[in-house]
Design a protein around this ligand. Structure first.
Ligand code: SPD
Length: 285
């Protein structure tokens, strides 16, 4: 009997029953695998870490995208760093204000595996989507005031995604955004202590670079601990301003096919349990 096991705390982790291995390739950057599971649909794993399953990916992608796009008053140009499975692009493209999405994925293998084995996840055929297979960090560093929203949909902070958690990258995002720009990024599980230093580092970088910065949470069963943190940095508008909440209510009515995000979820996601808030208290490391 096949099983996928991911150990994120010594001998503690996640087990998923596997029916078959659909895809397994060592690319120039990482090992990319897709499994057919018993209960979660097809599951993509990179370097032994769950990226998404067909059944729970909506939580991650809706929450990485919609709080940020609701915060911006009129998002037209959106940049996605990573996100080669296309799920974040699918959510961004639900917004009718969006005219252009640049998706920059370092590893074409992720795109190929997703197109073949997670065909309902991505929205690769939308003419507003432009796919670049190159290093997202270099791409961002070459932009200045070009985007309304940047979505950082990287893997975990080991391997090619490590740089996405560095202060220099957050600075580059700030520079790549227009004057009312917003960045949204995934920032790991509050339950995995080995990630706390990295989480605090990104938070400190956002906090010292953007006018507003907030951490928010969602619940994703196949990610370590089931609780996942994300962060927003915004140059002008706070993600909980009344206008943002109104926009969020409009999106709830107009975007269609939302399975997680709504106005109340937007508001509630920024309420942090004490043990999570404490992770971000600076301890002079
Ligand atoms: N260990 C989970 C980290 C997931 C980060 N990105 C997921 C990619 C889905 N588009």
């Amino acid at each position: 009997m096949l099983q996928y096991n991911e150990y994120y705390n010594e001998r503690t982790g996640l087990t998923v029953g596997i029916r078959k291995v659909l895809f397994s390739r060592q690319s120039e950057f990482q090992r990319v695998e897709v499994f057919e599971t018993d209960t979660w649909g097809n599951l993509m794993v990179i370097d032994g870490m769950v990226m998404l399953s067909e059944r729970d990916e909506f939580v991650y992608h809706e929450m990485l995208v919609h709080p940020a796009l609701a915060t911006h008053p009129d998002p037209k140009r959106v940049l996605i760093i990573g996100g080669g499975d296309g799920g974040s692009a699918r959510e961004v493209l639900k917004h009718s204000s969006v005219e252009q999405v640049d998706l920059v994925e370092i590893d074409v293998t992720v795109v190929e595996a997703a197109k073949s084995w997670l065909p309902d996840v991505g929205a690769f055929d939308d003419p507003r989507l432009h796919l670049y297979v190159e290093d997202g960090i270099d791409f961002v560093k070459n932009q200045s005031g070009s985007y309304d929203v940047i979505i950082v949909d990287g893997s975990d902070p080991v391997g090619p995604a490590e740089g996405l958690f560095k202060a220099s990258f957050i600075d580059a995002c700030h520079n790549a955004l227009r004057s009312d720009g917003v960045v949204s990024l995934q920032s790991e599980s509050p339950w995995v202590e080995s990630y706390h230093t990295g989480m605090r580092g990104v938070w400190n970088a956002l906090n010292s670079t953007f006018t507003h910065s907030e951490v928010f949470l969602s619940w994703i069963p196949l990610y370590p601990g089931g609780m996942w943190s994300m962060m927003i940095g915004s140059k002008k508008i706070h993600p909980l301003e009344p206008d943002v909440l109104n926009r969020s209510g409009e999106l709830e009515k107009n975007l269609g096919s939302l399975s997680y995000y709504n106005r109340k979820v937007h508001q509630g996601a920024f309420a942090l349990p004490n043990f999570v808030a404490e992770i971000f208290i600076d301890r002079d490391e």
